[in-house]
Design a protein around this ligand. Structure first.
Ligand SMILES: Cc1ncc(COP(=O)(O)O)c(C=O)c1O
Length: 334
């Protein structure tokens, strides 16, 4: 990082290209474009899909709001689809493809790969915000659809503080994203501006922070997998639903989110004991912005039951024991 500061190239310099090459390699695609957040990645990818105003984009009803927000802000219609209350991912059986359905914005929630083989024949844009390192049947998440969107927020496996990337093997899609993250310019600032754009460039300083982590991804994922397995072996006997990936897939373990009855009480008690558990994510139909699309019982159920346990690679066996013992008392004695 000191090297970046001394170089005088603080943005759009060599570290951006180096970081992008690492991310493209990890997602097994031709191009990765570094941007300022996962939300920026989603925004640019949705804009680059070049849909018509009012076209419909399928979005899971249980996800981080950014997934649907970018669709709405791009003048498109986010059509919510209920989730499978077991996997917490979009439920393929609930998908209705209509004449205006143009895109499926699929989320690999918390790093669990989507069941791609069960999805309808609609172009797939991956919200792989928490799925760097995850694999669907041997293939890297972020490289499964027309494009993938990653986040490098601090809760993600590779972090630049804030940051994100669009991954794709489609040259023209990559060109559009590259242009749109830089005001609409192909290179830094030529005379003409072919189309309007934004400034979503990620600085060289932040890319330099990301490069060594990206190079160690396998090691980071192994450490997260070990923590997840540590929780699973300690909690298996409890009446809770534990997270896992489908047979043959690799979980990216962005978070360890289980489901439990009476979650609010369990969460409050854990916090009372100094254990930093959290809710999973949001049920969009329960939010003001997305309230008008009817009932989504799967999303409601998961929203009420999901519990994210403390999750980072410096948790010791003693830490895992402490969380598991607290949960054991809260769940089995009730
Ligand atoms: C599924 C999902 N999509 C999108 C985002 C947005 O990413 P960012 O916070 O980098 O904008 C997140 C962030 O947590 C997320 O979990």
């Amino acid at each position: 990082m000191a090297g970046v500061l001394e170089s005088g190239m603080l943005t759009m310099g060599p570290k951006v290209l180096e970081f992008e090459a690492e991310i493209a390699r990890l997602c097994e695609v031709e191009h990765a474009l570094a941007v300022t957040s996962g939300t920026a990645a989603l925004h640019l990818a949705v804009l680059a899909a070049a849909l018509e105003p009012g076209d419909e984009v399928l979005v899971p009803a249980y996800t981080f709001p950014a997934t649907a927000n970018v669709v709405a802000l791009a003048g498109l219609k986010p059509v919510l689809v209920d989730v499978d209350p077991e996997t917490m991912n979009i439920d393929p059986a609930q998908i209705r493809v209509g004449p205006r359905t143009k895109l499926l914005l699929g989320v690999h929630l918390f790093g669990r790969p989507l069941p791609l083989h069960e999805l309808p024949d609609v172009p797939l844009l991956e919200d792989a915000a928490g799925a760097l390192g995850a694999r669907y049947r041997g293939r890297a998440c972020g490289g499964l659809g027309i494009a993938g969107c990653l986040s490098f927020h601090p809760r993600k496996i590779v972090t630049t503080g804030e940051g994100g990337a669009v991954t794709t093997s489609d040259d023209s899609f990559a060109d559009v994203v590259r242009q749109m993250r830089n005001h609409g310019w192909r290179s830094l600032a030529p005379a003409d501006l072919p189309a309007p754009g934004l400034n979503y460039r990620l600085s060289d300083i932040l890319c330099a922070v990301g490069i060594p982590q990206a190079r160690r991804l396998e090691e980071l994922l192994t450490a997260r997998t070990r923590i997840a397995a540590g929780y699973t072996s300690r909690l298996e006997h409890l009446p809770v639903l534990l997270p896992r990936a489908d047979e043959g897939d690799v979980h990216g373990w962005q978070a360890y989110v289980l489901q439990v009855d009476d979650r609010d009480r369990v969460l409050a008690e854990l916090r009372g004991q100094g254990i930093e558990a959290q809710i999973g994510t949001y049920s969009l139909p329960l939010l003001g912005a997305y309230r008008d699309q009817g009932e989504f019982p799967g999303a409601r159920r998961v929203f009420e039951r999901a519990l994210a346990l403390p999750f980072h690679t410096r948790l010791s066996d003693g830490d895992l024991d402490r969380v598991a013992e607290a949960l054991d008392k809260l769940v089995s004695h009730h």
